[in-house]
Write a protein that binds this ligand. Structure first.
Ligand code: 0O2
Length: 221
């Protein structure tokens, strides 16, 4: 390769990475707007925590290799759809679907895929709602459409997933059978806890409504 060609490639790769960073900034702004506006209108905050990450170059290359893809920017851009990732943690399961609906209904967001691992948990017990979205990023000379993977889960689901993720890598992706079983049991307990918390929240909301009808003030956290 000539010096010019290497320089051109470097610019392309840098620009490639920037588009994902900008896409995450855009989607984070959308989530923050929902969070603040929802708190103002409904006096309630459905979002506990938000984190974003751009997949590392090494991890992108490993995934491309695993999927048998050639190392071309165009092919990677189209086939690896979780380079930009945003994870939203909520208190209750119903908040997950509320947020998902609000994001999906935005006119500049294209919904590519919805994977509902809450209604259909993975065999290991993993539960979360995954959305693959495509959003426009306005660059200086063009509009770049970028895939973003959004994971929405409860605090309890997140607790389970972070432990499972650590164990998965500790045992080099081969979790011993007795741990797999215990993880599945823990996932069932998490699902039961989420159900109980949802029920409690529902009862508290009814009490709050009755209180406000009786003129008693209540404050949401
Ligand atoms: P990391 O380190 O979190 O980025 P795809 O090949 O993307 O089309 P895939 O990989 O099956 O299909 O996509 P899926 O099912 O939507 O899962 C992608 C991400 O969800 C994973 O990213 C994890 O973050 C999370 N996830 C999925 N299954 C599990 C699970 O069983 N346990 C835990 N802890 N997390 C899970 P990465 O790239 O694997 O990892």
């Amino acid at each position: 390769l000539s010096i010019e060609a290497v320089d051109d490639l470097r610019k392309k790769v840098t620009r490639f990475g920037m588009a994902y960073k900008f896409a995450l900034e855009e989607i984070s702004t959308k989530v923050n707007i929902l969070k603040e506006e929802f708190r103002l209108i409904h006096d309630y905050n459905p979002i506990e925590h938000v984190s974003t990450r751009v997949k590392s170059a090494e991890s992108i290359m490993n995934k491309a290799h695993r999927k048998g893809l050639p190392l071309s920017l165009g092919v990677i851009k189209e086939n690896i759809r979780d380079i930009a990732g945003i994870r939203i943690t909520c208190s209750f399961e119903s908040d997950i679907y509320r947020i998902s609906e609000m994001i999906q209904s935005q006119s500049d967001v294209e919904v590519i895929e919805v994977k509902d691992y809450i209604k259909h948990p993975k065999p290991n017990g993993y539960r979360s709602l995954h959305l693959v979205l495509k959003i426009p990023v306005f660059m200086s000379d063009r509009v770049e459409k970028v895939y973003v993977e959004m994971q929405i889960r409860t605090i309890a689901m997140d607790f389970w997933a972070s432990l499972e993720h650590k164990i998965y890598y500790k045992y080099d992706k081969q979790i011993p059978g007795h741990l797999t079983e215990q993880l599945k049991e823990a996932a069932d307990t998490v699902a039961e806890l989420d159900r109980k918390m949802e029920h409690l929240n529902h009862e508290i909301n009814i009490l709050k409504e009755n209180d406000s009808q009786d003129g008693i003030e209540s404050h949401a956290f």
